[in-house]
Design a protein around this ligand. Structure first.
Ligand SMILES: [Mn+2]
Length: 566
């Protein structure tokens, strides 16, 4: 499997962006590369899909620039841990290198430690950054020099207060893309055609905001690109060799949102959670043959099953502890809190701390804020904790930090660091969340709309559903459109529903108290229309993989007009 072979890029113009500090980072990068056979580059990956894509973008570009294997090193943390983890001894061996650290924050103490070890450092990140801890020599980005060693460090980050707001959505891979775009402009060495698609995938896997046209262009690029690598990802992760042949059932690739959210991300993440990060990286590199995969396919999918079991063990803990007074594990008004003992190990070889984030996401699916802490019973210290906020857009990180809980990450998805669990006032936090969510709901109107129609002709219904599904595919929860179809359905429609297995729902919505699910992986989404039937109301199922032209401006008005003209 090779990148960039015999493939035209989709005709999509990507937005232009130059991150603050990019010229400095470019200078450092080229200074190293211009050393020729003495160049030494070390890529420090972050162990999640965005991090792997980000590091891989750098790695692939170095390959384009002709950097040899013996001038290149890389590393990723074990157990999906974020942050710079190399010890001083390990740093000693990297003296003279330039480290490119992607998709994670490098704390001030590590930043200084790296420079003092005689290493140049380029950090490319998109996490909230505590700039106060850095002494900045430039006003708008972190840049500093270690005079005794003559080394430099720079941090590119789209969350700097001075950065353009419309690029806040970028993932780590997105930031790397724009760094390399700058290098590309100066060196005339092009990135692989897959690069923007990798950004598109990472926007979904990292749950970035994808409402803007800027974000959507990356997604559309990813959905439209039919390169060998994209096909390879499709069949190796889906585990069906047959699918390779029917890669384009509607003339478009199957690497769409549904595939990324419900097949690709879960499979790769389950490998990372099982501490098989390098294996995951090798899959993305395309370092797998069909034979390899056939031999190991079961194992890869086995990790996903292990993950499912781990999640249900955690959810059982939460359910069982509900009515125990004094137990930290409980359901509050807004917060679902689960404390697990650090020796909790329901499945041998699988580390519980690697599964708490994904279990939190399940709680989030119920519109609650999930917090899961792994706690040492003897000392009451949090070994590792995770949060997923119930509402995208609310700053939960700020709430926890204000309440003295050491935490780091994104506003609505972050890790909780070592602290005494008995000192955390969860009742206070629960109240603060209620206030923040209330504030948020005042300023943010839910644009989800339900359009009522009756007696739709099957083909018209299908066409409109496709448009709507395409719209929903490129939007997050609060911008969805549904059709509510009144009146009777033909038997054909109903039998279509009955023949589908609706299990393992990822996301549940309620409209007028009626459950509607989207992006359900168990449904055959190659069928353009799926109707969910209830006694009185019926909703079209808003998930499919359609070959329709996507119109970015399609909105409820357009659809209303279409419906009223019926
Ligand atoms: Mn990321």
């Amino acid at each position: 499997m090779e990148f960039n072979r015999n493939v035209q890029p989709p005709d999509i113009v990507l937005p232009h962006f130059e991150p603050k500090g990019v010229e400095t980072a470019y200078q450092l990068f080229m200074k190293e590369l211009n050393k020729g056979k003495d160049s030494k580059i070390f890529v420090y990956y972050d162990p999640d899909i965005d991090g792997l894509m980000a590091g891989l973008l750098v790695e692939q570009y170095l390959e384009r620039l002709g950097l040899k294997n013996n001038n290149y090193g890389y590393y990723l943390n074990r157990n999906r841990e974020h942050g710079f983890k190399l010890t001083d001894d390990q740093l000693k061996r990297l003296e003279g290198y330039t480290i490119v650290a992607v998709d994670f924050s490098v704390e001030k103490k590590d930043f200084d430690r790296i420079l003092k070890a005689g290493i140049n450092l380029i950090v490319i990140d998109h996490h909230e950054i505590d700039t106060k801890s850095y002494t900045k020599s430039k006003v708008d980005y972190v840049f500093s020099k270690c005079s005794s060693k003559g080394t430099y460090g720079v941090i590119l980050n789209n969350q700097y207060a001075t950065e353009e707001k419309k690029f806040r959505f970028l993932s780590g891979a997105g930031m790397v893309y724009y760094f390399l775009k700058y290098v590309e402009k100066h060196t005339n060495v092009p990135m692989y055609v897959e690069a923007p698609a990798m950004v598109g995938i990472s926007l979904l896997s990292d749950i970035r905001e994808i409402e803007s046209n800027e974000a959507r262009r990356f997604l559309r690029y990813a959905f439209a690109l039919e390169s060998d690598w994209m096909k390879f990802l499709y069949w190796i992760v889906s585990g069906e060799s047959k699918s390779a042949q029917r890669f384009s059932p509607f003339g478009v690739p199957c690497i769409n949102r549904d595939f990324i959210d419900f097949t690709f991300s879960p499979v790769i993440n389950s490998l990372l959670r099982a501490d098989r990060g390098y294996e995951a990286l090798n899959i993305l590199r395309g370092n797998q043959t069909v034979i390899d995969f056939m031999r190991r396919g079961d194992k890869i999918l086995g990790f996903r099953n292990g993950q499912k079991k781990m999640i249900s063990f955690i959810m059982d803990e939460l359910d069982n502890a509900e009515n125990t007074p004094g137990n930290l594990t409980c359901k509050r008004d807004n917060l679902m809190l689960c404390c697990l003992p650090s020796d909790f190990q329901p499945i041998p070889d699988l580390n519980i701390t690697n599964y708490i984030g994904v279990a939190c996401s399940r709680i989030k699916d119920e519109d609650k804020t999930g917090v899961i802490l792994v706690v040492d019973k003897e000392t009451n210290l949090v070994v590792r904790g995770s949060l997923r906020g119930g509402k995208d857009g609310v700053d939960y990180l700020d709430i926890f930090q204000r309440n003295g809980v050491p935490s780091a990450g994104h506003k609505n998805a972050f890790g909780i660091l070592k602290c005494d669990v008995t000192k955390i006032d969860f009742d206070k936090i629960d109240k603060d969340i209620a206030i923040a969510e209330e504030e948020y709901s005042k300023t943010n109107i839910n644009t989800r709309s339900v359009l009522e129609v009756s007696h739709l002709d099957f083909f018209l219904k299908s066409a409109i559903a496709k448009k709507i599904c395409k719209y929903n595919e490129l939007s997050r929860d609060n911008h969805r459109i549904y059709i509510k179809v009144l009146g009777d359905f033909s038997d054909k429609d109903v039998s279509r529903v009955k023949s589908e297995k609706v299990s393992d729902k990822f996301i549940k919505y309620y409209i007028d108290g009626v459950p509607v699910s989207c992006f359900d992986p168990s449904l055959d989404i190659t069928e353009s229309l799926i109707v969910i039937g209830t006694e009185n109301n019926r909703y079209t199922k808003c998930t499919l993989r359609a070959g329709f032209e996507y119109d970015a401006e399609v909105d409820r008005k357009v659809i209303s007009e279409k419906l009223s003209s019926l």
